[in-house]
Design a protein. Structure first.
Length: 103
């Protein structure tokens, strides 16, 4: 978590790539920075056949389990619900978050 220009930002490192989200779940304001990075579990059909995919591409809200894609900030279950996503640039070992280009 970082405070950038008075805005709380959750920064995630997924396999060396950095992503930044507004550090506030739109549901009830939980800090997303303490949420777990997760993926998607889908059923291939009736029975017990499941597939795990997109590992580490979503953050799960620590309070109520809402999940958001770390690239776009969109909700896993309702793309109309989102938190702001910000571009991150790494230069000389430092991270820069562009608050002017929220997605």
């Amino acid at each position: 978590m970082a405070d950038v220009g008075g805005v709380s930002i959750a920064v995630f490192n997924r396999d060396g790539e950095f992503y930044a989200l507004h550090n506030r779940c739109p549901h009830q304001g939980a800090p997303l920075c303490v949420g777990e990075l997760t993926g998607v579990l889908t059923a291939r059909g009736p029975g017990f056949a499941f597939d795990w995919s997109r590992d580490g591409e979503f953050v799960r809200c620590p309070w109520h389990g809402w999940e958001f894609e770390i690239v776009s900030g969109r909700s896993l279950t309702d793309p109309a619900v989102r938190t702001k996503a910000y571009p991150v640039v790494e230069r000389d070992g430092e991270l820069f978050v562009d608050l002017g280009r929220a997605g």
